[in-house]
Design a protein around this ligand. Sequence first.
Ligand code: H2B
Length: 104
Amino acid sequence: PSPEGDGPLGKNLMDVESRLKDLPAWRREGDEIRRTVEAPDFPTAIRIVDAIAVKAEELDHHPDIDIRWRTLRLALTTHDQGGLTELDFTLAAVIDAIAAEHGA
Ligand code: H2B
């Protein structure tokens, strides 16, 4: 935890980059982290989105998702806090697990 508490990490880029070392599929772009998920086919891509939706509701934290046939582009940030927070990295790890379970 930073001395500032649980606010956005975005101003502390060292924190962001160190967390991304554990999430190699993700990269930072401005106030977001993003990854692409390439599913085997379109139905699987939709099942991945559905599984992410269930976890996003549990966490009350929701990704931006762009669906292009079997490619998903996901972007995470915490609008409430004006930048990246721990929740974004938690959700990123959840998304990685779901993608792996679906062969993506
Ligand atoms: N998801 C994400 N990714 N960022 C947020 O700031 C956010 C969210 N805010 N889901 C939540 C919902 C907010 O709208 C509710 C009121 O807590």
